[in-house]
Design a protein around this ligand. Structure first.
Ligand code: GLN
Length: 252
């Protein structure tokens, strides 16, 4: 790769509700700390999407999600750059719109931009809200336990060519009854995990950086703060599960 690593946060004005813009910042810092030159671009929806090596799409509300998908489709840059090898991290609403189809607030179907062979419909049950814990599955890159939080009404089904990222051990994830979370195809990775997901899962950040920089293992960083955060979050979920399943005392 020649020139700086270009990281674009896609449409923060539409897909910025859940703080997922932090993923771009985390990627930028982790590359800089290893001596790479980085350009971190905020790419609002009223301008042309810049050419970049990594694109980060975040979660958003139902209305802005539809606008983001249409604008991305009309712009064309994201699909072009993916065909050229760019890396995409797409979270929640972003995950749904890089798929084939997704619903709006009324449940009407909209076309996604088709980078992942997945489709999303509105679930019939309550909205999935809360902590998620998931383990990467065979066929996906092996990563330490994934942690994040979810907040979505959509349920996502993967077709043959999309590989699930992980299997949930707590929370809902894709929510289609398969017990899976997220999907990937080539260098496009989608997930329901907010956090931002890369703050809670530095190994996932390094996986994406490794793809973008065409490097295998990256030199380790001091991840003490991230590990503390992971322990606190994962411990909280384990504590909740213990409280939920505590056998009730028999009353005589
Ligand atoms: N509107 C979508 C849903 O509810 C995405 C929500 C989000 O981005 N957190 O499924």
């Amino acid at each position: 790769m020649s020139g700086p690593l270009r990281i674009a946060v896609v449409y923060p004005d539409l897909l910025g509700t859940y703080g997922d813009g932090g993923n771009g910042l985390i990627l930028a810092r982790r590359a800089e700390w290893r001596g790479h030159e980085v350009e971190l671009l905020q790419a609002p929806s009223d301008g042309a999407l810049p050419g970049a090596d990594i694109y980060c799409l975040g979660g958003g509300e139902d209305g802005p999600q539809v606008r983001a998908a249409r604008t991305l489709h009309d712009d064309g840059m994201l699909a072009r750059r993916v065909a050229e090898g760019a890396v995409v991290l797409a979270v929640c609403a972003g995950y749904q719109i890089v798929g084939r189809s997704y619903p709006d607030a009324r449940g009407d179907r909209h076309e996604g931009i088709g980078l992942l062979d997945i489709s999303t419909v509105n679930g019939s049950g309550p909205r999935a809200v809360g902590e998620v814990v998931a383990e990467t599955v065979e066929g996906a890159p092996r990563l330490p336990t994934l942690t994040g939080f979810e907040n979505h009404g959509g349920h996502t089904t993967l077709a043959e060519s999309a590989v699930p990222l992980a299997r949930v051990t707590a929370g809902v994830g894709n929510g289609d009854g398969s017990g899976t979370e997220g999907a990937l195809a080539g260098r496009v990775l989608g997930t329901y995990l907010h956090g931002p997901v890369l703050a809670r899962n530095p190994a996932l950040a390094d996986l994406l950086l490794g793809w973008a920089l065409d490097l295998g293992d990256l030199p380790p960083l001091d991840d003490g703060a991230a590990l503390e955060l992971r322990q606190e979050r994962l411990g909280g979920v384990a504590g909740q599960a213990r409280r939920r399943f505590r056998p009730r005392r028999r009353v005589h």
